[in-house]
Design a protein around this ligand. Structure first.
Ligand code: THU
Length: 129
């Protein structure tokens, strides 16, 4: 299996555990770290809507807690007919731990995959102060 197939399997599994009673939109994210370990996360919503967290945030928290802090590739999945693309805040979250050329794989329920670098998804991202 290539990286995308393995990440997709993990992201689908995470999406199946998502807590999304409000949007009914279950998302899974899988991260391949530079150590070769894969971490995953799902969205966790809240009745106070802005408190909910994205799947990417969960996967990155798992990566940090697992002792890794460098992203090689990220895959986001939802059972949707449209490719799922990380929200603006999650692009910033991914950029914190990824080189500009790290790939973000956006997928959907039809099996389509579109891969773009985080640098292209977040041009001129906030990096230094
Ligand atoms: N969501 C994610 O988990 N990741 C994304 O990249 C986009 C959106 C979640 C947030 C919310 O729980 C649901 O999808 C609907 O917006």
């Amino acid at each position: 299996m290539n990286n995308i197939s393995v990440l997709l399997k993990e992201a689908k599994s995470a999406a199946s555990r998502a807590y999304a009673p409000y949007s009914k939109f279950k998302v899974g994210c899988a991260v391949l770290s530079s150590s070769g370990k894969i971490y995953s996360g799902c969205n966790v919503e809240n009745i106070s809507y802005p408190v909910g967290t994205c799947a990417e945030a969960g996967a990155l928290a798992a990566m940090i807690n697992g002792g890794d802090n460098k992203i090689k590739e990220v895959l986001v999945y939802a059972e949707s007919k449209h490719l799922i693309s990380p929200c603006g805040a999650c692009r910033q979250r991914i950029a914190e731990f990824a080189e500009e050329d790290a790939l973000v794989h956006m997928t959907d329920a039809t099996g389509e995959v579109k891969s773009m670098s985080i640098g292209d998804l977040l041009p001129m991202g906030f990096k230094e102060f």
